[in-house]
Design a binder for this molecule. Structure first.
Ligand SMILES: CC(C)(COP(=O)(O)OP(=O)(O)OC[C@H]1O[C@@H](n2cnc3c(N)ncnc32)[C@H](O)[C@@H]1OP(=O)(O)O)[C@@H](O)C(=O)NCCC(=O)NCCS
Length: 140
């Protein structure tokens, strides 16, 4: 692998971001909306192998003491090779002064547990489409 880590949004093809989110079964939107989300994020990480985008992630934060991680993706053929850890650890470096929340896709809890995350007992969420999130098993 010839990995390159990019921590800004320069020259990102937002259609690919949408396609990868869709590919791995995560929530996806119009490319312009992903562009807005990443541009407005506190920390962004994109990983390339030989200049092909293979994974990404981002965090929002107040820059002081609270942060949340979203949209962590490694494309299937590159999974289980340490790329997800690399992305998340790089994001964590920029928010090391913060309490950090995220909601894990079902089945990914162990991945985040290995990075030091613990299950929350009182997390509450107000989703735009609660019936779908209930169906997916995110809320009661
Ligand atoms: C979850 C995801 C980002 C993990 O990326 P990855 O590159 O495969 O993970 P890594 O190879 O860096 O794994 C780091 C550690 O977590 C473990 N791990 C990774 N995925 C796991 C899973 N689904 N279940 C349990 N453990 C997992 C690895 O075995 C590894 O353990 P080790 O350090 O003891 O060897 C990737 O599988 C993915 O993009 N999945 C689809 C999208 C998704 O669910 N994203 C998370 C949204 S919450």
């Amino acid at each position: 692998m010839d990995l390159r880590i990019q921590e800004n949004c320069e020259n990102i093809d937002w259609n690919i971001i949408r396609d990868y989110l869709k590919l791995v079964g995560m929530g996806y939107h119009k490319p312009e909306l992903h562009q807005k989300a990443f541009l407005n994020s506190f920390s962004v990480v994109f990983i390339f192998d030989h200049e092909r985008l293979i994974g990404f992630g981002r965090a929002i934060s107040d820059g002081a003491y609270q942060a949340a991680i979203y949209d962590v993706v490694v494309i299937p053929e590159y999974q289980k090779q340490g790329i997800g850890r690399l992305i998340t650890e790089r994001i964590l470096q920029r928010i090391s002064n913060c309490n950090i929340m995220l909601y894990a896709n079902l089945g990914r809890e162990e991945f985040y547990a290995k990075l030091g995350f613990r299950l929350m007992k009182t997390a509450m969420a107000k989703y735009l489409r609660p019936e779908i999130m209930k169906e997916k098993g995110f809320i009661q």
